[in-house]
Design a protein around this ligand. Structure first.
Ligand code: PEP
Length: 249
């Protein structure tokens, strides 16, 4: 399995920020891990060209339908046309801002697969759920409901993103991350069998920074990271990529 360092630019970035991609490309001409950047849709085509062959690009969402009267939305085929090979689905900000349910995320995942995209499906508990001892229950339900039948290592990446850790500077302990990632692997194994489940990459996301990345990447069943704020600057993201390259297998 090749590990994955994924950047989620969210609603940040204009043409000027493509210089960060050029710098990242120059720093990692032949990376030992997969690198992915998911910019806003307006930048996807230009970023895909600027990134070169060693850095993949992806969307931050897609519609469940292939085309039609959905003003403002983007289909999976449009993402591919703009150069994407991945799409983030079910990010907690979309689940909250756009009321996306597990069923909606699963339908989008089907559409992504039908078009040929790899889906990065996000799951994660709120702080209230963690405080109530509901972390694994909440994540298990999201995982079961958000991923359609037929997942495999080439079509699915799962990102564990505790909602309370996103953009806050707060990070779960290594034991807390291990508990969830071991649980995710076990759930995928029960559903898909050990051979398929062992190849599906499990990313941790939530306030990953250059100074905490190595510790997170040393945790069992952590196969990479989904990085928000620290993916916007090439120097920070490059340091995280290097930490992943140096992480224990
Ligand atoms: C994210 O939103 O996917 C994320 C992990 O953000 P940050 O790294 O800024 O916490």
């Amino acid at each position: 399995m090749r590990k994955l360092a994924a950047g989620n630019w969210k609603m940040n970035g204009t043409g000027a920020d493509l210089a960060e991609v050029a710098a990242l490309r120059a720093a990692h001409p032949s990376p030992a891990v997969d690198i992915l950047i998911c910019p806003p849709a307006t930048l996807l085509s230009r970023l895909s060209q600027a990134a070169g062959p060693a850095i993949a690009s992806g969307g931050q969402d897609c519609h469940a339908a292939a085309s039609g009267a959905h003003t403002g939305d983007i289909s999976a085929a449009m993402l591919i046309d703009a150069g994407a090979s991945y799409v983030i689905l079910g990010h907690s900000e979309r689940r909250a801002d756009h009321r996306e349910t597990d069923a909606v995320v699963a339908a989008k995942c089907q559409a992504a697969w039908a078009a040929g995209l790899t889906a990065v499906v996000c799951v994660g508990e709120t702080e209230a759920q963690r405080d109530a001892g509901q972390t694994l229950g909440a994540i298990g339900a999201q995982l079961a409901g958000s991923i359609p039948e037929g997942a495999g290592p080439d079509t699915l990446v799962v990102a564990y993103e505790p909602v309370w850790a996103i953009g806050t500077g707060r990070v779960p302990s290594p034991e807390q991350i291990a508990e969830v990632h071991d649980f995710l692997r076990a759930e995928l194994t029960a559903r898909l069998g050990p051979r398929t489940a062992s190849g599906i990459r499990l990313l941790y996301g939530g306030s990953v920074k250059p100074d905490n990345a190595a510790g997170i990447f040393a945790v069992s069943n952590v196969d990479g990271a989904l990085v928000g704020g620290a993916s916007l600057k090439a120097a920070d993201f490059s340091a995280i990529v290097t930490a992943l390259e140096d992480a224990p297998v």
